[in-house]
Structures are given as structure tokens and as C-alpha cells.
Design a protein around this ligand. Structure first.
Ligand code: ADP
Length: 920
């Protein structure tokens, strides 16, 4: 059948037309609209489909109403009524149908629904065959299952019996057999202990050989169509012996059913109830649906037939089926069948419910097992770690997946170690761990003071951070609103250690990452897990080591980040530092976003020059200047000596070093801006003291100016001292590099132009940058103009070639700040007038002789002081920077003068202050 727009097209399995009335009655039963244009309906397809049903089981269950017998006179009176008056009684029928729930008769799979004339009647016939026409004697076939009338089945009989049957069939055309249950079960009407007296009359449709495994047909298969209920004649007492399987002829009588009123409410009740049960059963159970699909029906109104279908569908029990078979009263039979089918339906519903709960339980069980499984797979240390730091859901999901993968892997597989390392890392991260910040400003200040001397600016800035954090109750907000702190200063000035103090002040964890020389993005962002030996980047490692997601991370030597073919580490660092991006930082190895927004980053570097611009943009630079000798003495006394003593396990007083001697030590050995070398020297002294104490040579180390060399070796070489008696043409400038400020000696020499040639441009050497070379050109041009103005007769530059050299060739020198020193050196050379070797100068000069401000005044002053410079010349524009300096540093110099034009400086240096500039 095919469903088309609400119409059902039906096919008959026989090569015959469907009878319109039957069709219409079926359609009414199913509350379907019947399109009369469809009469008659074509038939061939169903037969074809039928052949597809090749399973014997299905075949035996297929109902048969295929008789071509159209003996209308054989019909019982009820049948007549239903047949002839069906059209007329549409109303009545439909009313009846309304009471009975519609049973959707099988329409699927191309199985035919109906036959032509076959219908069960109140009398015991599934065909039109009148019980009166039932044969009086039949071959008795003992069966192990009773058959209800109205079904076509296949049964197997012995070969001899089949031959007998065939012979009989040939003679009488139609052969009937009587099928009687042969069992050991108790039955009221059991005859001779094994044969039941009530059986089924069946018409033999076909006899075919059923081949055994040996290929020899010992048995034959009968296709029979059960016709009606029969009973052994009273005189018959057949016996059945397994030894004697020969077919027997027995006398029978039809099993007459008492008449019943089809229109009675009782009949209607049973009909509707049974149909309702069948409908429900077919709907909820697919097994019954299949079974039902192979039952043909003629007239669903026929109670006798409905009762048999219900019994057929609802039980497998042989005694029960036999009981239904033996029941001649249709109402009684319907009653029994209804009981059976409703019981079956109840059981079915319970079973379905049970199945549903079982399924649910199973689902829950497997889900739980899966969860449990993930709890038990993997290594115990992972579970312990996860207990300590429970990962967020999105991470847990990844861990579970990986653990499942891990549990199914062979340890020998290459991926095994990768997955294992990955889980190791995931479980080692301190998920959800944030240390509580300390917002106690006084306590923080105390910690900073305890650890570091000076560094006023830095300490103030850190206290500002904490104060803002206290206001907002979280440092993270302070960080994202402010910028990342970047501490710039010479080595050993305490940049890293101040980072440590910040962590201590905030009571956060501390971690240091050195990015100097880092060339590869993967060092910051990690390697992808596909690489062998891959690891997460430094940032993830820092979080893991700090065991919290809000540590203070010092990124050291940020200006030394370099770049290679493997991407730009500065760009990766930008992702880490940018508060806009670092909320979901993605490490290549971890491959899951992590939140860095609460990490307090502090960057350090020696100079800002080579820090990438975008990084600079996000940082707040705080310069950490070098220390004066006085400061160094303080640091040594208050911090370094107690520290060194503690580390060597000695009393600080063991090393006896008076303050002037300490001063001398610093001046002679520790001239660099920071205190690292000083720290090393002090530590060395304490170690030596420890040695002599252990050797029992002495209990203390008494040091003074004279014996320092004995313990610390040769003092550092002081350049300026070498030039104390310098010839004209040598001038001391002041320079500033990443390693702090220092003096810059400018040496000039001249040699006369040979022959008639003219002087060449000044040659300048000494590892110089472009700007410094340019400023030498400017200086030469300006020196010539100056000389022409002040000493017109001096033709030195016309007669001589000049070379300038800046010693210390290993150190790269750059910048315009040597401008005035260059001019002074050239003028000194040209005029033959010496410049005081204890005088140092810094300042840019223009072609017109203007002196412009330069940077790094404090560093340069520190450098000058360390080198023993006493007199300083600075641009007027830098007066403010100088005044900002500590008095202790300012007081280191005997004279500091400021100039806005070089003429003034010229007069100061070479004309014995005839026109005096501003004096300090
Ligand atoms: P940087 O990172 O600037 O190279 P460090 O922070 O490593 O320098 O400092 C080197 C050593 O000098 C550390 O032991 C530190 O304690 C000490 N130090 C530096 N500055 C100070 C200071 N202002 N007070 C006390 N100790 C200091």
C-alpha cells in the first residue's frame, strides 16, 4: 500500500478484483475516506512483495482468506446482513465503528490486507464454507501446537503421510485434514492421554518436499489454511504413537457455536475492547506490529475472528490456545480473549516501562561509569593535583578527554608520552589559586625600606599601586588601569630585587623571566604539542612555579629581546602584557586560554633605546639611577654587609672596615653605577674572613686602605688619572650607556698638510654611531667659525689634518651629547691651550654655537663623580635636571657651570673667564 494525500491504495494478493463493499467496510473501520474512483484496485504488486517474505515463520503466520469460493448461499444469516446491507447500513456500521477504536490494519511492506470472500462467521468457519459442508471424516494430523481458524500455516509431516495425502488429494480434489493437539498436558477433553478431541479443520493448499541436510526428503511441508473448529466424533478414540507415524482417518463433527446477537451490547463491548487492545498493542510493540502485519483480515467486525486474532497475538501458551479453540461460545471466547489480550497489554506496558527505566538506568550507569572512569583513569598524582587545584569546567573537559585517550594508549606509542606530559602540565597549573593581596600601605612601605636603600621614585610608584588596589580592593584593576612598570637602569642598581620586594610587599608569589637574547616566539608562547620535547612558554612556566595565577612576574632585560625567523617575541610579549589581550592568553602548548589579567608584570632593562615601540607604549618607565659613593657606602653598611655576614654565617663585626676605608674600597674597586660588584667584593671579604677563622689563623679581618689590595687585588684602572697631565687637544666628555654614565675621553692629534695640498675633513674613530660622527662634522665646522671670530690669524685647520679618537673601542658610543666636548678638543688643539683634566662637559652644539640640553644628567654626574671629576660644564637647559639631584651628589663637585652658547664656554675654558657665564 502507499499513502498518498490521505488516500490508501490497496492491492489484493490474488489475481482478482477487490470487492468494493469489503474495501469500503475496511476503510470505514479505519475511519479513512474512500475514493470511489479507486475501485477496482489493481493487485499484482502485493503478490510480488509477498514473495519477498521468505522467512517460514512469517509465512506460517500469514492469514489466509484467499478462497475464490463465492458461494453466497453458504453464508450465515449474519454474514448476509453484513454483506448485502453494508452499503445501506453505513450509518449503523459507522456508529459501531465509532465505538470500536480504529485498528490500523496492516498496510506496510506490500503485504496484502485482505482476501475476497473469506470471513469468519458466528459459526465456525473462516471461509464461506458452511459447517454443514464440513467433511465427516478427515486425515488426522497430530500437532504440537493448536491452530486457531483463519490462518494459513506451514506444517511438516512425514513423507509417507504426505504421499498418502497426495494420493487422496488427487482423487477428491480438495483434501481436508484435521489437526489435533497431541500433548502431555492436562486437558479436560484429552483422549487416550495424548490427543485432544477439539481440533482445527484445515484445507491442504500445497504439499512440498522439505529437504533435510542429507538432501533426501524425509519430510514434506504442507501449506494449510485452517477453516474451522471440529471435534472428534464420539466414537473416535484415536491414539498416537511416535513409532507409528502413519496418517489416520478419523470421524469428525463440526464444533457448533451457539448463536449470539451480534448487535448486542455485550458483543459490541467485546469487539470494541478487543480492537482497542489490539490497536494499543500494535502501536506500542514493534514485535506485535510485525506479527500483526502478517495477519489478513476480512471483516474486523466479526467478533469470533477478532477473538481469535487477540488470542493469537497475546499468548504462546499451548493450553491457553487450546482452551480458546475448544471454546464454542463466541461471547465466552471473546471474554477469554479480552482477558488474555488485556493481560498481555498490561504486561507489555509494564515491560516497556521497565525497559524505559532500565534504559534510563543503563544510561545513568554508563554516564556515571564514564565519570567514575575518568576519575579512575590516569595517574593518582593527577587526581591529587586536581583535588588541590580543581580546574575550571572547560579545562576539566580537556583533561578528561586526554585521560580517556591516555587510558586506551599503548605505552610504546609515540603519542603516549606527549599526552602524558600534556596532562601533567594541565594538572600542574594552579587553577583558581589567587593569593590574597596585602593592602596595608605601612607594612608594604616597611618591607620596601627594609630591602632597598634609596630608590625613592620606585618605592613611591609601588605604594601608589597598592593604594589604588586598596581603594579598588584588587591590584588587578590598578594594573589594568595603570601601565606595566618598567624599571630602567644600569646593572646592579636593584631592578630585579625591587621586583622581589614588590611581591613581598603585596604578599604575592614572585617569579623572574629573563628574556634577554630570546629569539623565538615559542619561548614565550610555548611550542605546539606536535613537536617532540615541546614545552609551554615562559609565562605558563612562571604561573606553574609561582603556584598562583596572580604572582609578580619580573621580565628581565626586556630591551635585549631579539628577533629571528621564528616570529617576533616582542609581539608575543605584547600579548602577554596588554591588559586588553591577556585575559585570554593562549599558550601554544596548553592550547586553552588562561587568564593573566591578575599577574603583576614588572619589566626591567638597561636602557629604553632598544625596547620595541609598541611595548614601550604599554609601559610606565621608571628610571633607576646609579648610586653615588655616599649611597654605596650606606647600602654596603645597611644591606650588603649584614647580608654577606648572614650568608657566610659570621658576625658582621668580623670584618673590620672603617667608613673611610669603605669609601676608599668603593672608589678604587666599585666605580660602576650599581652595587653588584660592591656586593661581590664584600662577600669575598667575608668568605676570606671565614677561611681564616676556620683555619684558626685569626678571628677577624681588619682592613684598611693599605691592606685592601692584599684581599681584593689590584684596584680598577681610572682613566681620568692617566690624563691628568694631558697635552692640548684632550678633553673629558660625559657619556651615558646602558651600563651607566661615564667619562668620555676625546683625544685629538694633528699633522701638517703635506706640500701644497689643503686640509682634509676631520677623521673620527672609536666605535661611533652615526649621530656622533655627524656631530663631529658639526663641531669641526663650528670650531673653524669660532676661531675665525676669536682668533682670525689662526689658520691651524687650513694647515693641518686632524684626527679625533674616543678610546675604549669595545664600547659603542652614540649620541649628540659630546658636541661641546668635540668643539673644545678641536679648539684646544688649534690654540694649543690645555683644558683642565678634572673638568668634564656634556651638551649638544649646533652649527651656530647654541648649546642644547642632553639626557642622563644624573647618570653622567654619577659617572663624573666616580671618575674623580671636580668641575662640570652643562647646557643651561639642563640646569633643572642638575638641581633635582641629591645634594650629596651635587656637593661632590667643586664647580658646575651652565652655558647656553659655546662662545661663553670658549671664554670660560680658554680666555680665563673674561666674559664670565652664569656661575653656580
Ligand atoms: P639589577 O636587576 O638592577 O641588575 P639586582 O636587583 O640584581 O640588580 O641587584 C643586585 C644586588 O644589589 C642585589 O643583591 C640587591 O639586593 C642589591 N641592591 C641593589 N640596589 C640596592 C639598594 N638600593 N639597596 C640595597 N641593596 C641593593
Amino acid at each position: 500500500s502507499r499513502k498518498k494525500g490521505g488516500l490508501i491504495t490497496c492491492f489484493s494478493e490474488e489475481s482478482d478484483m477487490l470487492r468494493c463493499r469489503q474495501l469500503s467496510s475496511i476503510f470505514r473501520a479505519q475511519k479513512l475516506r474512500l475514493d470511489r474512483r479507486l475501485y477496482p484496485v489493481s493487485i499484482s504488486m502485493a503478490i510480488h512483495s509477498q514473495r519477498g517474505l521468505n522467512t517460514p515463520k512469517l509465512y506460517t503466520q500469514r492469514a489466509s482468506f484467499c478462497s475464490n469460493n463465492n458461494n453466497s448461499h453458504d453464508r450465515d444469516p449474519d454474514d448476509e446482513n453484513t454483506h448485502e446491507n453494508e452499503e445501506k447500513n453505513t450509518e449503523t456500521d459507522e456508529q459501531q465503528q465509532m465505538q470500536a477504536p480504529a485498528v490500523r490494519f496492516p498496510v506496510n511492506g506490500g503485504v496484502s490486507i485482505l482476501s475476497q470472500t473469506g470471513r469468519l462467521t458466528g459459526m465456525e468457519s473462516s471461509t464461506n464454507m458452511d459447517v454443514q459442508q464440513f467433511p465427516r471424516s478427515v486425515f488426522m494430523i497430530p500437532v504440537t501446537r493448536p491452530f486457531l481458524p483463519g490462518f494459513t500455516v506451514g506444517i511438516t509431516i512425514s513423507k509417507d503421510s504426505a504421499i498418502e495425502l497426495l494420493r487422496h488429494q488427487k482423487e477428491n480434489k480438495v483434501t481436508y485434514i484435521g489437526m489435533f493437539l497431541c500433548s502431555d498436558n492436562d486437558s479436560k477433553q484429552k483422549v487416550n492421554g495424548t490427543i485432544h478431541s477439539v481440533g482445527t479443520l484445515a484445507e491442504v493448499k500445497n504439499i512440498s518436499a522439505s529437504r533435510g541436510t542429507s538432501g533426501y526428503a524425509k519430510q514434506q511441508q504442507l501449506i494449510i489454511s485452517s477453516v474451522g473448529r471440529i471435534k472428534l466424533a464420539p466414537n473416535e478414540t484415536p491414539t498416537f504413537s511416535h513409532k507409528d507415524l502413519s496418517i489416520k482417518n478419523v470421524d469428525i463433527v463440526p464444533l457448533q457455536s451457539p448463536d449470539y446477537d451480534k448487535g448486542s451490547s455485550e458483543a459490541k463491548y467485546y469487539r470494541s475492547q478487543i480492537l482497542s487492545c489490539i490497536s494499543n498493542m500494535v502501536q506500542i510493540s514493534s514485535a506485535h506490529r510485525v506479527q500483526y502485519a502478517h495477519i489478513s483480515t476480512v471483516n474486523p467486525q466479526e467478533l469470533s475472528y477478532i477473538a481469535d486474532i487477540a488470542a493469537f497475538l497475546s499468548t504462546n501458551s499451548i493450553p491457553v490456545i487450546q482452551d480458546i479453540l475448544e471454546e464454542s461460545d463466541v461471547i465466552q471466547r471473546a471474554h477469554k480473549s479480552l482477558k488474555l489480550i488485556s493481560n498481555e497489554l498490561t504486561i507489555l506496558k509494564i515491560r516497556l516501562d521497565l525497559q524505559a527505566t532500565q534504559l534510563q538506568n543503563l544510561k545513568e550507569f554508563t554516564k556515571k561509569q564514564k565519570e567514575e572512569g575518568t576519575k579512575t583513569v590516569g595517574e593518582p598524582k593527577w587526581r591529587d593535583r586536581m583535588k588541590e587545584f580543581p580546574p575550571p569546567a572547560y579545562v576539566q573537559e580537556v583533561i578528561n578527554e586526554e585521560m580517556e585517550k591516555y587510558s586506551t594508549m599503548q605505552p610504546s606509542s609515540s603519542e603516549y608520552a606527549t599526552v602524558r606530559n600534556y596532562i601533567d602540565w594541565l594538572t600542574q597549573m594552579p587553577w583558581g589559586k589567587y593569593t590574597k593581596d596585602n593592602f596595608d600601605l605601612d607594612a608594604a612601605e616597611k618591607i620596601l625600606e627594609e630591602n632597598h636603600y634609596g630608590l625613592k621614585d620606585v618605592k613611591e610608584r609601588i605604594l601608589e599601586f597598592i593604594a589604588v588596589g586598596a581603594m579598588k580592593q584588587q591590584i588587578e584593576t590598578a594594573v589594568s588601569h595603570g601601565k606595566i612598570i618598567c624599571l630602567i637602569g644600569s646593572p646592579g642598581v636593584g631592578k630585579t630585587s625591587i621586583g622581589k620586594s614588590i611581591a613581598a610587599a603585596l604578599q604575592r608569589q614572585f617569579h623572574r623571566i629573563a628574556v634577554g637574547g630570546m629569539r623565538d616566539v615559542s619561548e614565550i608562547k610555548g611550542h605546539r604539542r606536535t613537536y617532540i620535547g615541546s614545552l609551554p612558554g615562559k609565562i605558563v612556566q612562571a604561573i606553574k612555579h609561582a603556584k598562583s595565577f596572580n604572582p609578580v612576574v619580573v621580565i628581565d632585560e626586556i630591551e635585549k629581546l631579539s628577533r629571528s625567523g621564528e616570529g617576533d617575541p616582542a609581539a608575543a610579549l605584547l600579548e602577554v602584557l596588554d591588559p586588553e589581550q591577556n585575559k585570554e592568553f593562549m599558550d601554544h602548548y596548553l592550547d586553552i586560554p588562561i587568564d593573566l589579567s591578575q599577574v603583576l608584570f614588572v619589566c626591567t632593562g638597561n636602557s629604553i633605546q632598544s625596547i620595541p615601540e609598541p611595548l614601550m607604549d604599554r609601559m610606565e618607565v621608571i628610571e633607576v639611577p646609579g648610586y653615588t659613593t655616599y649611597e654605596k657606602v650606606k647600602i654596603a653598611e645597611d644591606y650588603l654587609i649584614p647580608k654577606a655576614a648572614k650568608e657566610t654565617g659570621l658576625d658582621p663585626a668580623v670584618v673590620k672596615l672603617a667608613r673611610p676605608d669603605l669609601h676608599h674600597l668603593i672608589d678604587s674597586y666599585c666605580r660602576e653605577p650599581g652595587v653588584r660588584v660592591l656586593q661581590q667584593k664584600i662577600e669575598s671579604l667575608y668568605r676570606q674572613a671565614a677561611v681564616s677563622i676556620v683555619k684558626k689563623e685569626s678571628n677577624e679581618l681588619v682592613l684598611n686602605k693599605d691592606n685592601l689590595q692584599e684581599y681584593l687585588g689590584k684596584p680598577s684602572y681610572s682613566i681620568s688619572e692617566a690624563y691628568l697631565d694631558a697635552p692640548p687637544g684632550i678633553v673629558v666628555g660625559l657619556g651615558y650607556t646602558g651600563f651607566g654614565g661615564n667619562i668620555l675621553i676625546l683625544e685629538t692629534v694633528s699633522y701638517p698638510v703635506s706640500g701644497e695640498g689643503s686640509a682634509q675633513a676631520v677623521k673620527i674613530t672609536g666605535n661611533l654611531g652615526q649621530v656622533l660622527i655627524e656631530s663631529a662634522t658639526v663641531a669641526q665646522a663650528y670650531a673653524r667659525t669660532l676661531l675665525r671670530k676669536f682668533e682670525p690669524e689662526n689658520n691651524f685647520f687650513d694647515k693641518n689634518n686632524v684626527s679625533i679618537h674616543l678610546p675604549n673601542g669595545a664600547v659603542k658610543k652614540e649620541g649628540p651629547s659630546a658636541g661641546i666636548a668635540l668643539v673644545s678638543a678641536l679648539v684646544s688643539l688649534a690654540t694649543g691651550k690645555q683644558v683642565d683634566a678634572k673638568l668634564a662637559m656634556t651638551g649638544e652644539v649646533t652649527l651656530t654655537g647654541r648649546i642644547i640640553a642632553v639626557g642622563g644628567i644624573k647618570e653622567k654626574m654619577l659617572g663624573a663623580q666616580r671618575s674623580g671629576i671636580e668641575r662640570i660644564c652643562l647646557p643651561e637647559e639642563n640646569r633643572f635636571d642638575f638641581e633635582e639631584l641629591d645634594d650629596t651628589l651635587k656637593n661632590e663637585f667643586t664647580e658646575v657651570k651652565f652655558f647656553s652658547r659655546y662662545e661663553q664656554l670658549y671664554q670660560h675654558l680658554f680666555q680665563n673667564e673674561q666674559s664670565s657665564p652664569q656661575k653656580e
